[in-house]
Ligand binder design. Sequence first.
Ligand code: NAP
Length: 249
Amino acid sequence: MKRSTRAVTSWRAQVKCLVDDGLILVTGAAGQLGSVERTVTGLLLDRGFRVRAMVRREDERAVSLRAAGAQVVVGDLLEPGDVYRVVRGCGRVYFGMSVSAGYLEATVTMAAVAREAGVNALVNMSQMTVSEMSIQNTTPSHHQRQHWLSEQALAWSGLPVVTIRPTMFLESFLQLAAPSVRNRDRIELPFGRGKTSPVSAADVAQVVAAALADPVPHLGRIYELTGPQSQDLDGIAREFSDALNREVT
Ligand SMILES: NC(=O)c1ccc[n+]([C@@H]2O[C@H](COP(=O)([O-])OP(=O)(O)OC[C@H]3O[C@@H](n4cnc5c(N)ncnc54)[C@H](OP(=O)(O)O)[C@@H]3O)[C@@H](O)[C@H]2O)c1
């Protein structure tokens, strides 16, 4: 766990007490199966918070969020007017969306709106890869750069931010690995000799929900979330072999 030094003292002095901030906004709330955002919405509702769940379209996922008790709003994170409409009235905001070409634009739009709307805490979903990046050491991955630049922009914004940097979600890893394990008893993923330590999206959601429920102790902090051990694909293949009782390489 790291603490970002800049801007911590200025807003900590300003944010005296966040008791009732009204609604909590969760973006990307429709998510996919096992998604962090859907789980966060459920955890907050279970704790009695009022949650505004932002979705991109009205579909069965929106219906199920509404049935769970969330106030569902439809909008596009790339449209400033939409973002203002969904953020207004929310003291705390979770910001996350699929990494795509407009990710940085969406982050900057959210930052501009959150400043204007006077948001008291913004929990930003980032990635563990950002921990290894700097001006002299970025990455050829456009997606990972979007996250690094997004964190930079949020730091400049002066907003009270909590940064979540998970490794790959276990659920995403399993989804990607499953077809070749099922059909060829092999994990065929482009990791080379690299190591990874997938973390459960359910665990990440618990951390996000805790930060949203009581943000003050977490403001300015960066939480790096990993699974229990970092290993290469050979190590992970051994775990698959043990679990499936057949050899997976
Ligand atoms: N997946 C991982 O292994 C992993 C690991 C570490 C960090 N993260 C981070 O977690 C975040 C979410 O990733 P994910 O893989 O969980 O994403 P995801 O489930 O694919 O997307 C989350 C949500 O973003 C919504 N969305 C996309 N573009 C939008 C827009 N323009 N306006 C409004 N909503 C929009 C999607 O809506 P629709 O469902 O309608 O498309 C979806 O519900 C990202 O920042 C990612 O870097 C992910």
